[in-house]
Design a binder for this molecule. Structure first.
Ligand SMILES: C[S@@+](CC[C@H](N)C(=O)[O-])C[C@H]1O[C@@H](n2cnc3c(N)ncnc32)[C@H](O)[C@@H]1O
Length: 255
């Protein structure tokens, strides 16, 4: 199974942090006892959750050893748990379950979301952010590049073309288990520097499982084809920078 590359992921750390902070700022919980960060990755956001609730027991959960390895830089009292969210349960009912940019990597949200809510105390909060950019050229060009190459059949199982449903789907799914729900979408306009910044961005996320399943020559050919498509869709602005619009879905449910 392919693993994450924390260095590539953190290349756009400040752009990736902003939605995480926007989500935290909307959670209205005073003094929780237990907080979980699902798919905590390198733990940057988990550390911020602990700064917000210093008296709470904060646990970061992730299935990637290489991402968790980076949490050593977080000098806090956070607990780290190496676990797969596909069959994860909290040790005891949680006050806050937070997840930033992670649950779109898991299938079957129809079972996953209710199972996560089952692990929250009545009155507790579920706070989730997932990318909703899968119809944008940054992502559709990945699917096109897969279809156009000799790697088509090999890579098909690793593609995630539409892993996040419409907000109404999540509303129907969780409204019966929640006393209130707040949902919104935001399109961030990331101003990126460099020759092919959109390619560098997706290399840290959606391209990762695909490139890991190609040999060096194939990966080079794949990236060349993908870069040509992306360059047309995201031309450099007059000052050489590139604007990447990126839509994200936020859900906050009080149980
Ligand atoms: C894009 S990173 C987000 C990391 C962090 N939440 C942040 O905001 O910086 C997605 C994380 O989800 C984790 N992840 C994906 N599938 C998972 C699973 N089935 N179980 C646990 N973690 C998973 C990955 O290992 C990765 O660290």
């Amino acid at each position: 199974m392919s693993d994450w590359n924390p260095t590539q992921y953190l290349r756009y750390g400040s752009e990736r942090l902003r939605p995480a902070l926007d989500l935290i700022s909307r959670i209205q919980v005073e003094s929780p006892d237990s907080v979980y960060d699902l798919g905590c990755g390198t733990g940057t956001v988990t550390g911020i959750l602990q700064e917000r609730w210093p008296k709470a027991k904060i646990t970061g959960v992730d299935s990637s050893a290489s991402m968790l390895e980076r949490t050593r830089d977080i000098e806090t009292g956070v607990y780290w748990q190496h676990a797969d969210l596909n069959d994860w349960q909290p040790e005891s009912l949680a006050d806050v379950v937070y997840s930033n940019a992670a649950l779109h990597w898991l299938d079957n949200h129809g079972q996953l979301f209710p199972r996560i809510i089952d692990g929250i105390k009545p009155g507790g909060v579920l706070a989730i952010q997932m990318p909703k950019n899968f119809s944008a050229p940054s992502h559709t060009s990945i699917a096109d590049t897969v279809r156009e190459g000799p790697w088509r059949e090999r890579l098909a199982p690793f593609q995630r073309e539409q892993p996040v449903a419409e907000p109404s789907y999540y509303y129907d799914l969780i409204s019966q288990m929640s006393s209130s729900i707040d949902m919104w979408e935001t399109t961030y306009m990331h101003i990126l520097e460099g020759a092919n910044p959109v390619v560098e961005w997706t290399k840290g996320t959606m391209l990762r499982p695909l490139l890991d399943n190609l040999n060096n020559e194939e990966a080079e050919a794949f990236l060349k084809l993908y870069t040509e498509k992306v360059a047309k869709a995201y031309p450099h602005s007059a000052n050489g920078k590139t604007v990447l619009p990126f839509k994200r879905l936020f859900i906050i449910a009080v149980k």
